[in-house]
Design a protein around this ligand. Structure first.
Ligand SMILES: C[S@@+](CC[C@H](N)C(=O)[O-])C[C@H]1O[C@@H](n2cnc3c(N)ncnc32)[C@H](O)[C@@H]1O
Length: 225
């Protein structure tokens, strides 16, 4: 059971997802599941553009007002932390801490405007890794931004392995970004997970992408079964 007070409900936009996951037009046209999408505006913007995205996150059990109030309670602290650690960040997509804040405000506003309708259409589902109640290969592609690997200091190796196996069960392809932890180090789990899943017939490929905010965080990993 997720406790909202422990979640940082910061969401990214469709433009950021497209860069983080190197999404081509043929990728966008697939049935996509967003894992831990939180208050990202990816689903809202993709739906408005005619694409098919389902998002899962345990925070979808809360109301939009509750999610927004948690965002409001964290945003100053997070932006201050970013401002105090300027060398940890690459100021290319986001131009400054103020610009980052404006981009996060815009994403959550687009998400909130779409949340009730999206819930009624089954596009925002309250569910959480490591087990999801979908059928085998129900989706073509899973995107997981800023959850797996990023929280390696909080979520165990077994949680990661079970979660990625589960995502490979319900999709043909799983993309995870970034490969860095919150402490900006490469997740210690990656090599062992690739080795174990490789023996189960799941291939892995790491590619460089043209999005970088955490310094050095410009790679996505793609698992395929
Ligand atoms: C930092 S946010 C990232 C939001 C979004 N993916 C993005 O990049 O804009 C991490 C999200 O993961 C969600 N989360 C935490 N534990 C989860 C779990 N076990 N399964 C799915 N989502 C989870 C949180 O509720 C939160 O919304």
């Amino acid at each position: 059971m997720v406790i909202l007070d422990r979640v940082v409900p910061f969401g990214r936009s469709k433009a950021e997802y497209e860069l983080m996951f190197a999404l081509s037009e043929s990728d966008r046209a697939k049935t996509i599941i967003g894992i831990g999408d939180g208050p990202a505006s990816f689903n809202a913007e993709m739906t408005a553009a005619g694409y098919q995205v389902t998002s899962i996150d345990p925070i979808y059990q809360f109301t939009g007002a509750e999610i927004k109030s948690r965002f409001d309670a964290c945003v100053d602290v997070i932006i201050e932390q970013v401002r105090n650690t300027p060398n940890n960040w690459t100021w290319s997509y986001h131009k400054s801490p103020e610009d980052l804040r404006a981009n996060r405000e815009k994403a959550i506003a687009l998400f909130l405007a779409d949340f009730e309708r999206g819930k009624s259409e089954g596009r925002y589902l309250n569910a959480e890794l490591p087990k999801l109640g979908f059928q085998d290969n129900q989706f073509q592609i899973a995107l997981c931004s800023h959850l797996l690997f990023l929280y390696s200091d909080h979520l165990s190796f077994e949680f990661h392995l079970d979660s990625i196996r589960e995502l490979c069960r319900i999709t043909q392809e799983v993309r995870i970004f970034p490969l860095l932890t919150l402490a900006q180090a490469r997740s210690p789990y990656i090599d062992e997970i690739c080795r174990i899943l490789g023996k189960e017939g799941i291939s892995s490929e790491i590619i460089q992408v043209s999005y970088e905010f955490q310094k050095g965080g410009n790679q996505v990993i793609i698992f395929r079964q």
